[in-house]
Ligand binder design. Structure first.
Ligand SMILES: [Cu+2]
Length: 115
């Protein structure tokens, strides 16, 4: 039984530390799991500046071009534009970034476009 105490404490400490240290995603648009007819922009919000190093949009037919409005500076609000023509279907956004503390971060979310 005591064997399990230390790993649990380490895990709790790690969670507390990362919660303080990392820039965290606060919000994303479209919402994860959202069902929409159109998408005007892909937006990410962070509680501390994040340098987004890569963002990809995968649609029902594969990779799609994304136009960054936000450059490579660390930001709390990132914005990119999807292509004009987006077929109905399932989409996934994958991003990578560097948090304010220098740690690499990544995230994924998805949405569905209807006709
Ligand atoms: Cu960190």
């Amino acid at each position: 039984m005591t064997k399990h105490v230390l790993p649990a404490m380490v895990a709790m400490l790690a969670m507390a530390t990362s919660a303080l240290a990392h820039s965290q995603v606060e919000d994303m648009r479209p919402a994860d799991g959202g069902i929409l007819q159109t998408v005007e922009a892909i937006e990410l919000r962070f509680d501390a500046p994040m340098r987004i190093t890569a963002i990809t949009l995968t649609g029902p037919d594969g990779d799609m071009a994304v136009t960054r409005e936000t450059g490579l500076d660390p930001v709390t609000a990132f914005r990119a534009l999807p292509p004009d023509a987006m077929p109905a279907g399932a989409y996934r956004v994958d991003w990578r970034g560097l948090a304010a503390d220098g740690h690499p971060m990544q995230g994924t979310f998805g949405f569905t476009l209807t006709d």
